[in-house]
Design a protein around this ligand. Structure first.
Ligand SMILES: [Ca+2]
Ligand SMILES: [Ca+2]
Length: 180
């Protein structure tokens, strides 16, 4: 085998080896790769833009298993498991302890009509909302709340809440998802 052929063989092996694997720092679950983003802390729109920069979108969720996977991934990634503290704002300075994580669901285009930012169908999670959520009425609040987060509060583990996607205050962690 000539030197050129050996190089070609290594190139082929490299690409074969790379096939169907997640990039470094991404975690594979079934046929997708997921990445927890603790820093920078972002609101929903910033987080979605960040995922897009990384060839992904905020995570879509299509089963209870996937919801649990994302909840567990988030818990393992942040500094420690914390619950909603007495003063909400007290939790905001340490970003990775914020008790919510952004996922891809949103009704930015059409209030009350939720979609995943990765274009996959909204086929799971209609019963995953926090009580009295989402706010879909064409009220000031309903129109304002258009990006979705998952909570990890004692009585609402893994439940979803719609919030203002442009919020200056609700900056926190997020999870990006892309195909393998
Ligand atoms: Ca809304
Ligand atoms: Ca809400």
């Amino acid at each position: 085998m000539t030197g050129k052929e050996i190089v070609q063989l290594f190139v082929v092996l490299f690409f074969v080896g790379c096939e169907a694997q997640c990039p470094p720092l991404w975690t594979q679950w079934q046929d997708h790769c997921y990445m927890y983003i603790g820093t920078p802390a972002m609101n929903w729109r910033e987080a979605e833009a960040y995922c897009i920069e990384n060839g992904a979108h905020l995570a879509s969720i299509h089963s209870g298993e996937e919801n649990t996977f994302i909840l567990e991934m988030w818990r393992k990634s942040r500094d420690e498991k914390t619950w909603f503290e007495n003063t909400f704002w007290k939790t905001m300075s340490v970003k990775s302890r914020v008790p919510f994580v952004y996922i891809g669901l949103n009704d930015i285009d059409d209030n009350g009509n939720f979609k995943w930012s990765d274009g996959t169908p909204y086929d799971y999670g209609h019963d995953m909302w926090l009580r009295r959520n989402p706010e879909t009425a064409n009220t000031k609040l309903g129109l304002l709340e258009d990006g979705v987060m998952m909570w990890d509060r004692k009585s609402h583990m893994g439940r979803w809440n719609d919030v203002n996607s442009r919020s200056k205050h609700l900056r926190g962690p997020s999870i990006c998802k892309r195909p393998v």
